[in-house]
Design a protein. Structure first.
Length: 249
């Protein structure tokens, strides 16, 4: 049997990048995977790749607390359980503070932090319930960033959201470890995803110069880390993983 046979996983931010790669990886490990994001066409493409019998696509805007709650309820109603949650939805909109658009700041807070809180709040009781299974454990994995460990200029609000994700994850780890729920946070360095393409052109140019000569991580690299975490034996909880490109200082 595959490592996650009989398990149900929910992956947010599954329309691109790390979230998409995680969904593919967990399905490959035998899980039934519920995927969510705002772009229905991307979800349909992902479902076709994984196979309709192994995936449940739920278009949603998780910045709405009601929508986030509905997604979790939908997964449990369909599959009867929830064993793994991977919060991978996020956006990065950096640049000099004086020139920042307040709407971009709000977008980062809403998606990177608040949406994660909404999903987690509703998912945790179901994860606790899933501990009573042959695996004897359930998993919550939050994708943060090395920006959640080290602050840099022109990154204030993104730093704030990712520091928040890292801190909340550690608090939940302590609270839910006695209940058999492992809470992990993954903090990647630079990954080759469309995240950098969301920046203003001047910011994109800055990052191109900054990471010139760096072989960037692939989304599949982070997906393999997530798979390692959630397929580890019950006795082993990976609380925090920092993953950088070899060339990134």
């Amino acid at each position: 049997m595959s490592a996650l046979s009989g398990c149900v996983a929910l992956v947010t931010g599954a329309t691109s990048g790390i979230g998409r790669a995680v969904a593919v990886e967990l399905a490959g490990q035998g899980a039934h995977v519920a995927v969510t994001g705002r772009r229905e066409d991307r979800l349909a493409s992902l479902a076709a790749e994984i196979g309709q019998d192994r995936v449940h696509a739920i278009p949603a805007d998780l910045t709405s607390a009601a929508a986030a709650t509905a997604v979790v309820s939908d997964v449990v109603a369909r599959f009867g359980r929830l064993d793994v949650v991977v919060n991978a939805a996020g956006v990065m909109l950096n640049g000099p503070t004086a020139k920042a658009d307040m709407g971009e700041w709000e977008a980062m807070v809403d998606l990177n932090l608040k949406a994660l809180l909404y999903v987690t709040k509703h998912a945790l009781p179901h994860l606790v319930a899933a501990v009573d299974s042959p695996r004897g454990v359930a998993d919550l994995v939050n994708i943060s960033s090395i920006a959640g460990r080290f602050a840099n200029r022109n990154v204030a609000v993104y730093n704030a959201t990712k520091f928040g994700v890292t801190a909340a994850s550690e608090s939940w780890r302590q609270e839910y470890a006695p209940m058999g729920v492992r809470v992990s946070v993954v903090e990647p360095g630079v990954v080759d995803t469309e995240l950098f393409g969301h920046q203003q052109s001047a910011v994109q140019e800055h990052y191109e110069r900054l990471f010139d000569g760096v072989e960037r991580l692939r989304a599949s690299d982070i997906a393999e880390v997530v798979a390692f975490i959630v397929t580890a034996p019950r006795r082993m909880a990976v609380a925090e993983v920092v993953v950088r490109p070899t060339d990134q200082v």
